[in-house]
Design a protein around this ligand. Structure first.
Ligand code: SAH
Length: 441
């Protein structure tokens, strides 16, 4: 039996997403919503107080407050994913997505010498759906992973989502840790007996041999926005609109601001977004992978240093004006993969970004779909599988907007030439599954 047939042994999970939902890959900027559509949320009150006290704030400060303020942040106290929430993500759409990522992890573990132990670290695990699908694959392929000591480490700022993750993967309510000195705020054991810990910061995860996953995580990290003017780069700030009560507006900083240092000297665009927090995380991941091995797989919608204005909001599966009713809608900006690559500072090798469609096809999504379709005779499940496949793969849906990007130790590519080589008309295929074909069947 091929690994794609064995993963989950063709098991169908409960019906997932509804396909009228919108994913987050559309564009929008703050428009001119009528004032009556601008309820004064507790977050708006908090931000107006802040701006009145200290002046206009950066877009990064705005995003950070709106999304992760410990008391009122959008992510902190709610479940925003899925049909009843504000947006939908690939793992919520189809079980096949998580299963293929599970196979990717095992394939990398095998290719790098079957270490006696590994940590699976996920950044921003949402509802834990991706992890649940991966763990099902680990259970089905237990004979391959036998004698490997696996532990799970989740980096999550949201109390509400961490409770949902615990229910998904441990099937029980996990209590908060009482040890104030420990960075682990929750601890449990998965249904299959793997220890799992929750942290608020990647820095606190033990520095051991690890595979890191970040799916739709980097796009919610705060970005600074800049515009080129005749006087040089000026940062876009958020201020109170003097003409309309309780309304915010964008303004340009009158002079240069410190975050300007993040803009490349040879930048040719006239509007850029930079995400220093993403840079810090990539530096940390690169350092860890270069010292202890493993890999990081990052999947998000984004670009390779070409796009300009991608900051947007989502509420109830609709695009939402980013400055209206802050705290009630998701805020996001496309990931600049060229910046992530630069921030790895050559400590590790990077692969991609490649389109989701290519990555999943290389991982064998067509074979896996066929296995599941063959096992199912219920028309509604078959339809759900086919619709999910279309949503993930169709170039006009998520197939081309979402990208996969990986950080791996230089040794992983050792002895192979992945650049165009003088004797070849094509680059040699990557030895890393997804970026080349899955070799392990
Ligand atoms: N990966 C999931 C969820 C994506 S939504 C999926 O694809 O379905 C973004 C996730 O990142 C949420 O779990 C959110 O609570 C978490 N998050 C947002 N900002 C964070 C931060 N600064 N540190 C850790 N987690 C964060």
């Amino acid at each position: 039996m091929s690994v794609l047939a064995a993963a989950g042994a063709g098991r169908l999970c409960a019906v997932r997403a509804v396909f009228t939902c919108l994913w987050r890959g559309k564009y929008f900027s703050s428009g001119n919503e009528p004032a009556e559509n601008n309820p004064v949320t507790p977050m708006l009150r908090h931000l107006m107080y802040k701006i009145k006290s200290t002046g206009p704030i950066t877009v990064a400060e705005y995003m950070k407050e709106v999304l992760t303020n410990p008391a009122k942040g959008y992510y902190v106290n709610r479940d925003m994913l899925g049909e009843k929430g504000d947006f939908i993500t690939s793992p919520e759409i189809s079980q096949i997505f998580g299963e293929l990522l599970g196979i990717w992890l095992i394939s990398e573990w095998i290719a790098t010498g079957k270490n006696a132990a590994f940590q699976l670290v996920e950044l921003g695990p949402g509802r834990g759906t991706l992890l649940g699908d991966i763990l099902r694959v680990f259970s089905q392929l237990a004979s391959v992973l036998k004698n490997c000591d696996i532990s799970i480490h989740l980096v999550e700022v949201s109390q509400k989502l961490s409770e949902i993750q615990a229910l998904t993967v441990t099937e029980e309510k996990v209590l908060l840790e009482r040890n104030a000195g420990s960075p682990v705020y929750m601890k449990g054991v998965t249904k299959s007996g793997i220890p799992i810990s929750w942290y608020r910061d990647l820095q606190d995860v033990p520095k051991e041999y690890s595979f890191y996953l970040a799916h739709e995580f980097f796009d919610v990290l705060p970005v600074h926005k800049f515009q080129k003017t005749p006087h040089g780069w000026r940062e876009v700030l958020i201020d109170i609109d003097p003409q309309v009560s309780d309304k915010l507006r964008f303004v340009l900083a009158p002079c240069a601001t410190p975050a300007e240092a993040f803009i490349q000297c040879d930048e040719t665009r006239d509007h850029v977004e930079v995400c220093p927090d993403a840079g810090v995380i990539i530096q940390e991941l690169s350092q860890r992978i270069s010292e202890t091995g493993g890999a990081a797989l990052i999947a998000d919608y984004g670009h390779d240093g070409t796009k300009t204005d991608t900051f947007r909001g989502f509420c109830g599966h609709r695009l939402h004006d980013v400055l209206i009713a802050p705290g009630t809608a998701d805020l996001t900006a496309d990931v600049d993969f060229s910046y992530l690559r630069r921030m790895s500072q050559g400590k590790v090798a990077s692969l991609g970004p490649i389109k989701q469609q290519t990555f999943l096809r290389n991982m064998g999504i067509d074979v896996r779909l066929k296995v599941l379709l063959d096992k199912s005779d219920e028309p509604s499940l078959r339809q759900q599988l086919l619709q999910g496949y279309d949503m993930l793969m169709n170039p006009t849906k998520m197939g081309e907007r979402f990208n996969f990007f990986a950080l791996i130790p230089h040794q992983r590519l050792h002895g192979r030439n992945h650049q165009m080589n003088a004797c070849q008309s094509k680059p040699s295929p990557s030895p890393v599954a997804g970026f080349g074909e899955l070799a392990w069947r």
